[in-house]
Structure formats: C-alpha cells, structure tokens
Design a protein around this ligand. Sequence first.
Ligand code: DGY
Length: 321
Amino acid sequence: MDKPKIYITRKLPKEIINNLEEYFIISMWQEEDVPVPRDVLLENVKDIDGLFCLLTEDINKELLDKAPNLKIISNMAVGYNNVDVEEAKKRNIIVTNTPGVLTETTADLTFTLLMTAARRIVEASSYLNEGNWKTWSPMQLTGQDIHGATLGIIGLGRIGEALVKRAKGFDMNIIYNNREPKPEKERELGIQYRDLNSLLKESDFVCILIPYSPNVYHLIGEKELSMMKSTAVLVNTARGGIVNESALYNALKNGVIWGAGLDVFEKEPVSLDHPLLTLKNVVTLPHIGSASINTRLKMAELASNNLIKVLSGEEPITPVS
Ligand code: DGY
C-alpha cells in the first residue's frame, strides 16, 4: 500500500523528518524563516492526507476546500486559533495541537518578561551600551520590586499554574481569574480567585495566559487598563488580539500603567513602525514563549506523532476538543 502523503509548512530539523519519512511521502516548504506563500500552500494540499502546520498558516475553509483527502491537521503549537476547527469537524478532519510539552518553557519566558519589564533590563543595558552611564545615582533606572508584589494571572491553565510556582519563589501574593474558579487549585497552590475587574485593580503584575478566541478579542482595552495601578506591569505571552494595542500604547505613554512585556502582537511579525516599539517602558519579543531547543523539538515530535497515529488509524495523542 502507498504511504500517506503529508505536507509540512516549514523546514523542520533533520531528526524529525527522518522519523516522518518512515511513514509518509513528504513534501515540505524548504525555508526556515519565511512562511510558505499562500498559493504554494494551496497548491500543495491538493492530494495530501495530513498537514503539519504552524501558527503562521491560516487553515480556513478556502484551504480545506482544496484538500479533499485531508484527515488530520497537526498544528505545532498549543494555540490553534489559526485553524477553523468547526469547519474541520464538519469534514471529519482531526485537529491536533501540542499542549503540555511547552508549559514550563513558556512559564519561564513569561516570568522572564515580567522581571525584565519590572527591572528595566533592556533599557538599562542600552543605557550602558550607548555610553550614557556616567555615574551611579540614587534613582537611576529604578524599577518595580517583584518580591512580595501581587501577581494577577488571567487564565489558570497549565502555563498559569507553572507561573504560580515561579512566583511563589519570589514570595508573591497570587490572585487569578479564570472562566471557572478552581477551588481545589486555590487550596493546593495557595492562590485566590478574583473577578477580572478586582484582579486588574489589585495586581502589581498582570499576566495574560488565556487561549485566544473571538470572545476574548480586546479583553484588555482602555477601560480595563484604567483600572490598573499606575505602577503596574502588563505581560502578554498568550495572543496579541487579547489586548487593544492602541489603548495599551496610550496607557503606557500617559502613565496610566507603568510598563509592559509583550511576546505577542495582534499582527505578527509586528511592523517596525508600530507605536508600541517607540516606548521605553515596553519590552518586546518576537513570540518566543516556547522557544527553547528542547521544547521546540518536543513540540515537533508531538506534532509528528499525532500525524503518525491518525494516519495509521489510531487515536491522536492530543486532539483539540
Ligand atoms: C503556542 O504554542 O501556541 C505558542 O504561541 C507558540 O509556542
């Protein structure tokens, strides 16, 4: 019997490909840093059984119409807002993601971003490198304390919980908001539930860790930012669309809040003339939450194994529900 055909939308490491080659006839976009052009993608999905894709590809009705044999969409990310899951379901196409393997790494980055923004690390390093360090002075480059501060986590999923562990090490007081309160977790982790407005008012640091859906589009806008402390820092390592960027820009520029750490943007890659990039009180990163070598390899492996399972007639390991 012929091997199933798959298309991979970005160049993957050799070890991952070697494994997939045992099972599949593979076509792959050969660039590492350039996404596959839409027309090339649409042309290549025509007769495939499986698709290995990234969050950079819009897997919508237009694409699914072009792929009548498709049985599985394996997204190498925990977030899957780039996939029209409903449309896939109608066609009995399984969608999988890569939860779990990136939890700790993304929590590491979230806490790193919190600390970097709080202690003005990027600004301080540029200050030195640009030759501005002439003396030591009492209030020079002073930031916000992390230890003992109140951390508000929006979204107590796996990554939120992993963030709690890090924050505990800094003696932070931790509150959270979630669609459903989690009383057991509250007891286990020593944290407390707040409604969103109370969380925004009480927190010194607000970290956004909810999955993206149209329901949370611009969840944090002008009104929400105005509830935050003027000394507060907002950190977003989830998805850009959750924060209204022009409201955030105004809040940061006018001292409504003190700082921000952003790993994600509404439109990625963010354009270099984006107003947020002109502010000193924002630390910006190019969506690197899960970007450790080990974790990215584990994500690619899990995405591959989902393809192997489904195209061998077995259940996927991590289906999107
Ligand atoms: C995800 O997995 O959804 C991240 O945003 C990329 O690791």
